[in-house]
Design a protein around this ligand. Structure first.
Ligand code: HEC
Ligand code: HEC
Ligand code: HEC
Ligand code: HEC
Ligand code: HEC
Length: 218
């Protein structure tokens, strides 16, 4: 995440630098393929966590809404991760002896937060904002995949610039109605046979400046 107060010139300088470093790669076939592979983008990788937390269990089977744990997703740039007390709202009664949950109980008694490792991560020079997407018709699963089926979280999208731009050129076909935004399973607008035009009007979508460099590099 770019810091809001970071001098703009600094960001531009780093972009130019990154461009210079990466440019020769694009002239080499192998380099190009490597640049786009899952190995480089981190796509589909899972990450070791202090507890093997399952979205398949919690959001798929039990049906807990994303916003119960990711409380700031509609109002700020970051979605936010749940504090230990959120887990304990259920696990002080449920599975209280489970070995798997020992780190949660320890965190509650010591007051030291669980340290969840990042799964999706953009470089510092890219600006991203959750609230602007989820309040403008883009569902979590559009970018994070079928979370309700994931025993372990993984990075579902490549998170490359091309991937962002593909949608920013014309986001209208991706729009979902408000009640689908936090639906845990992947659906596409085609699957639900949604009429896009009224949604574009409802969300007041203006794709005009969405591909300007300064939208994502500020
Ligand atoms: C009961 C709490 C809970 C619920 C409900 C929940 N999550 Fe999570 N989520 C977590 C925790 C804890 C982590 C960190 C561990 C991990 O990555 O699996 C996390 C991680 C994530 C990540 C990866 C974060 C990163 O580092 O990139 C994404 C994406 C995510 N959740 C999306 C969702 C979506 C979408 C929903 C609703 C369909 C949802 N979550 C519902 C607790 C929850
Ligand atoms: C709204 C209630 C609720 C909340 C909040 C909740 N859980 Fe759970 N959790 C459950 C239930 C119910 C089960 C039992 C699932 C089953 O076996 O069907 C469970 C099972 C588990 C398990 C063991 C089973 C498994 O494989 O998933 C772990 C580990 C776990 N939860 C971790 C967490 C963590 C960490 C948090 C906080 C980020 C959390 N839970 C928040 C209800 C909750
Ligand atoms: C337009 C794509 C997109 C949508 C829609 C989206 N996310 Fe994300 N999410 C991302 C990206 C990109 C990152 C990595 C951000 C970074 O590194 O700055 C991320 C990171 C996260 C994280 C970890 C970092 C944080 O922000 O706290 C969580 C948790 C998360 N997303 C949950 C959700 C949930 C829940 C929803 C739906 C309510 C959602 N996301 C919708 C693209 C998206
Ligand atoms: C599936 C579609 C989709 C994807 C993927 C997507 N976006 Fe967006 N993005 C949107 C929509 C829709 C808007 C809001 C447009 C509007 O308000 O008219 C938006 C708005 C934004 C804005 C705010 C623009 C402004 O001036 O207010 C930023 C910043 C942004 N996106 C960054 C990103 C980045 C960075 C990525 C890739 C990591 C990304 N987006 C991926 C659809 C998408
Ligand atoms: C919708 C968001 C978005 C817009 C608009 C955008 N970028 Fe990017 N840009 C990204 C993301 C995301 C990355 C990180 C890609 C990665 O890590 O693979 C990136 C990376 C870069 C890089 C680093 C080198 C590379 O290719 O990975 C350069 C240079 C760059 N952008 C220049 C630009 C320029 C110039 C423009 C305007 C013509 C622009 N970007 C518009 C999202 C955007």
């Amino acid at each position: 995440m770019a810091q809001d107060f970071e001098p703009r010139a600094n960001t531009v300088a780093r972009l130019i630098l990154a461009g210079l470093v990466l440019m020769p790669l694009t002239f080499v076939g192998l380099g190009y393929a490597l640049e786009r592979s899952d190995y480089v983008t981190g796509q589909n990788e899972t990450v070791e966590q202090p507890i093997p937390f399952s979205h398949a269990h919690h959001s798929g089977e039990i049906g807990i809404d994303c916003r119960y744990c990711h409380t700031s997703v509609e109002v700020s740039a970051k979605a936010g991760l749940p504090p230990t007390t959120t887990c304990m709202s259920c696990h002080s009664q449920l599975w209280t002896e489970a070995e798997m949950l020992a780190p949660v109980r320890e965190s509650l008694s010591t007051g030291v937060r669980l340290k969840w490792e990042p799964v999706n991560e953009l470089p510092d020079y890219v600006y991203f904002n959750h609230s602007v997407h989820v309040t403008n018709g883009i569902a979590c699963t559009e970018c994070h995949g079928s979370v309700g089926e994931m025993r372990l979280m993984r990075q579902a999208a490549p998170l490359t610039m091309d991937w962002c731009l593909d949608c920013h050129r014309d986001p209208v076909p991706y729009l979902q109605p408000p009640e689908m935004i936090t639906y845990p399973y992947r659906t596409t607008s085609q699957m639900s046979e949604i009429d896009q035009a009224p949604l574009a009007e409802f969300y007041d979508i203006h794709p005009g400046g969405l591909t300007d460099c300064s939208t994502c590099h500020r």
